[in-house]
Ligand binder design. Structure first.
Ligand code: ADP
Ligand code: MG
Length: 904
């Protein structure tokens, strides 16, 4: 059952047979093929309803001659989704059936649109030749195409896997973990992993980004959770698997059973389940993948503008898909990461080898998908040619790699198996430039099968044989006017005019008598006729047979070809990273098993690529400044005005870590990366607008998960926290979160905030460093220098930024005035950090609550002495409940009290 799709599923409603056709509701479903409802009465409609009842969740495309027709609610849906004209059947009847059809030759494009709309499509074909059918042609659903089970190249994205995933847990023992499995039917890849709980499983599912997710329909909570968490996927509820050992194999069983069911026995070659333990790869939660724009831009959700779009310099679809996997699943193993860096380095250092490799790769087609089609028996003639041509590139590739002498590359060369048996089989049998389909023949080359050669020569020599034979007969019989002719009814015959009948030899057999001529045939002519007429049909059938044999031969080497395809994908991904490093001047990062993180001259790869060369200002960030082992900062507070570049510099550090651990070189002059187990990002409300659903609650939920799940090996990026609430709330939460990250979590943390008060944290905590993005004040404006320097911003520059943004001058002036008032009122004599104070406060110390500690010197000294009106008033304040506006009012009130006090 499809429980989630843009349109309500077109499953038959349990409508009574006599359901009225009311104006608004449209025609109702007939659910029972045996129903007395007129709609079910024709044999063909019964056949249709049989198919529909087998696949209530899918739109059934019912083959009728040259069209696929849809009926009932399907027709209404299809007409809407595909912009078809809605007609009806049984018009004369009082129960017309809505109907909409598409021409069969254009079906692929329509199916694609239905899939894009999140629908499933059951293709119901005529399964016997209409010419041979007695009565109604037999029809059957031959396959069901669902968004997760697309094999059509026109629908598939070449540089992304198209996954069908399953999530399974034992509802009776949820603590036993959640199994995930995902399969790309177009490549045969099957992977699985186990998550500790549902929340983590959903995070991983989001990262896998399947087109369709299967959930046990008995597990309502899981169905609900998946539906809420996965925006892009279609959700299908299926039966629970039975008899599997663990959650992962249960999930894997769900996908494989579903594949078998939807393919109707047309087997898809799935590879063995490959388990991918969660702790073997860097954790990147959905928020981080999104905020860092790893595979999609925040602006419009497209690949364009993402890190992937920049990184992907691969030349093959396989390489592109693998690179995307590398990016989303960075490694945690120092040796494995270094192995990738070694290969990239070797290809960076050898421009000639790199160029040769990339040139050869450009001629390699999507072997993974081609070989899958060969094994599935759906590959056409051009698929096999593409496959052979691609395999034939491999020896050159291997030779180029071996010639470099670089160990990282010679190892790769060893894995490049050209599977010569497969390409030879194709070359031996297929013509050089075969047609796309087998329908017309012309696929198999001459000389590889004697019968086919004869059939080919018959077709080619047909005409001349009859001419030669006629000439021979003329000579033998002496009938000079004799002709051999052909018509559709009588086939080939010898035609003799009445005047010449006495020359006809007795061996000729009479076929037909005309007014002034007689028609004959001979056994020889008849034999030839049978041959010629049958030859075409036979030739196509034989070519089909021979082609299938070649395809089977290729399929027999399927596993080897898949392995070679995997090696090519790796090589392509590595060569692409090398090309990128070369073009953009990236360096090899030093990977260590430590808690260090030092980036010198770091750049944001995507923003840098959008700016004219040299305009991006590089920056240094270091979490372990000391070589001598002294402890460097673990929490860096970054302050600076809006638009200074805080978000950029933090993201660039995170991106450099992700790139380093996926095996890439990085945009920096020098980088040391101590393995990062997880990257967390929290992006404040106003920066998260692209999602359109950012609320203070979401912000806090995400913060909570960072605080509970980050480890000392993690990298935490907090970009503005606490903006979604009042100033007092916000600064308090920001402060406490920063303290916790520093004291308890110990993660390497970049903490950008517009609360410049947080710079005081450094005075109370040993491993906090303040950094700020330098700005230059010029007259009343500021100039962004984009340079990250030690120290804290002593003000927020909000008013200057507002001026830059074009706020009317009187408003800017008034804001300046108010700011001066605020700063004057709340100042205190000494400048020790006060926000960090604990709870024990004396009445007079409340005075010291100071939001703006780094502002210029106090204008007035606070009064001493016993509690007075001012103190009483302050004591009554609950800062957590103050809106900024109320706080401002309060300030005026306090000023007034103060003035009164001073006057008295
Ligand atoms: P903030 O987070 O401090 O408000 P952003 O990081 O969003 O500022 O940066 C604002 C803009 O400034 C960016 O979109 C980018 O165009 C530019 N920018 C930021 N950092 C740099 C840099 N190092 N070099 C050049 N331009 C930069
Ligand atoms: Mg920002």
């Amino acid at each position: 059952m499809t429980v989630r799709s843009p349109h309500p599923p077109s499953a038959p409603a349990a409508a009574p047979d006599d359901a009225p056709e009311d104006a608004g509701g449209g025609p109702r479903w007939v659910t029972d093929p045996a129903s007395p409802h007129p709609a079910a009465q024709t044999p063909m409609m019964r056949q249709y309803l049989d198919a529909k009842l087998q696949h209530p969740e899918a739109i059934v495309l019912f083959r009728m001659g040259d069209f696929y027709e849809t009926f009932f609610q399907d027709a209404i849906d299809a007409a809407h989704l595909l912009e078809l004209t809605l007609t009806s059947r049984n018009k004369a009847d009082d129960a017309p059936i809505p109907m909409a059809g598409v021409p069969h030759h254009a079906a692929a494009a329509y199916i694609r649109r239905l899939l894009e709309a999140g629908r499933k499509v059951a293709v119901c074909e005529q399964v016997e030749d209409p010419r041979e059918a007695k009565g109604l042609v037999r029809r059957e659903v031959v396959r069901v195409v669902t968004p997760g089970l697309v094999l059509d190249d026109d629908v598939l994205e070449s540089r992304s896997n198209n996954y069908l995933a399953a999530l399974w847990r034992d509802a009776a023992h949820p603590e036993a973990g959640v199994g995930l499995a995902w399969v790309d039917a177009s490549t045969g890849e099957v992977r699985g992993t186990q998550a500790p709980d549902l929340a983590r499983a959903l995070d991983e599912l989001t990262r896998i980004d399947p087109a369709e997710v299967l959930v046990d329909r008995g597990d309502a909570a899981a169905v609900q959770a998946v539906r809420a968490a996965l925006e892009r996927a279609v959700l299908s509820a299926t039966a629970a698997p039975t008899g599997e050992d663990d959650a992962v194999s249960s999930a894997a069983a769900m996908v494989t059973e579903y594949v078998a069911e939807m393919q109707k026995g047309g087997a898809l070659p799935l590879r063995p389940l490959e388990r991918q333990p969660l702790d073997g790869v860097m954790r990147l939660g959905p928020a981080t993948v999104r905020n860092l724009e790893l595979v999609r831009s925040l602006a419009d959700g497209r690949r364009q503008g993402s890190l992937l779009a920049l990184l992907d310099q691969t030349r093959t679809a396989m390489g592109g898909r693998l690179l995307k996997q590398w990016l989303l699943f960075p490694l945690l193993d120092v040796e494995a990461i270094r192995a990738r860096h070694d290969a990239v380095a070797a290809l960076v250092d050898d421009p000639r080898a790199r160029a040769l490799v990339r040139e050869a790769l450009a001629g390699v087609y999507d072997l993974e998908r081609l070989v899958t089609r060969a094994v599935a028996g759906t590959a056409g003639p051009r698929d096999l040619m593409a496959l052979a041509g691609s395999l034939e590139r491999i020896p050159d590739l291997a030779a180029t790699l071996a010639a470099t002498g670089a160990p990282a590359l010679t190892a790769l060369a060893a894995a490049l198996d050209p599977v010569p048996e497969a390409s030879a089989a194709v070359r031996r049998a297929l013509v050089d430039d075969p047609p796309a389909t087998l329908k017309e023949g012309g696929v198999i080359r001459e000389g590889c099968h004697p019968e086919l050669d004869e059939l080919l020569s018959i077709a080619r020599d047909g005409k001349s044989w009859f001419n030669d034979y006629a000439a021979r007969l003329r000579e033998d019989s002496g009938i000079a006017s004799l002709k051999i002719r052909y018509n559709n009814v009588f086939g080939y015959f010898i035609e003799v005019t009445k005047a010449n009948l006495h020359h006809v030899p007795p061996t000729w057999l009479r076929k037909q008598t005309l007014a002034n001529a007689e028609r004959y045939y001979t056994p020889e002519l008849k034999e030839r006729e049978d041959k010629v007429l049958g030859a075409d049909e036979r030739r196509v059938a034989l070519e089909q047979e021979l082609f299938e044999a070649v395809r089977a031969e290729v399929a027999a080497h399927g596993a080897r070809i898949q392995a070679a395809a995997g090696a090519i994908a790796r090589l392509d991904a590595l060569a692409g990273l090398a090309e990128l490093a070369h073009r953009r001047g990236y360096v090899r990062p030093q990977i260590e098993d430590s808690l260090a993180l030092r980036v010198e001259g770091g750049r944001h790869p995507v923003i840098e690529s959008l700016l004219p060369a040299g305009e991006f200002v590089p920056n240094d960030v270091s979490f372990d400044a000391s070589e001598a082992g002294a402890e460097g900062p673990r929490l860096v507070v970054i302050t600076g005005p809006n638009m200074a570049g805080k978000s950029t510099v933090m993201r660039q550090v995170a991106l450099i870590v992700v790139m380093a651990q996926m095996g890439s070189f990085v945009p920096a002059d020098h980088a040391v990366v101590g393995l990062v187990d997880q990257v967390f990002t929290r992006v404040g409300a106003s920066d998260d607008l692209a999602r359109g659903r950012s609320t203070f609650m979401v912000e806090m939920t995400e913060t909570a998960s960072i605080l509970t799940e980050a480890t000392s090996r993690s990298l935490v990026v907090v970009d503005e926290i606490g903006r979604g609430t009042s100033t007092y709330d916000g600064v308090s939460i920001a402060w406490a979160v920063a303290e916790h990250l520093h004291d308890v979590t110990g993660a390497r943390t970049l903490f950008a905030t517009h609360y410049h008060e947080l710079t005081e944290l450094a005075a109370t905590r040993p491993r906090v460093a303040n950094m700020t993005i330098a700005v230059k004040e010029w007259k009343e404006d500021i100039i962004f220098l984009r340079r990250l320097v030690a120290g804290g911003a002593n003000r927020s520059y909000g008013i200057q930024v507002a001026r830059l943004a074009g706020l009317p001058t009187p408003v800017v002036a008034r804001a300046t005035e108010i700011l001066a008032n605020l700063e004057a009122v709340t100042l205190d004599r000494d400048s020790r950090p006060r926000l960090a104070r604990g709870q024990r406060r004396t009445a007079s110390s409340i005075w010291q609550l100071n939001l703006f500690a780094n502002s210029p010197a106090p204008a007035e000294a606070p009064p001493a002495g016993p509690p007075d009106a001012l103190t009483e008033r302050l004591r009554a304040v609950d800062p957590d409940r103050l809106t900024p506006r109320a706080a401002l009012d309060l300030v005026y009130e306090l000023r007034a009290l103060l003035a009164r006090q001073e006057a008295s």
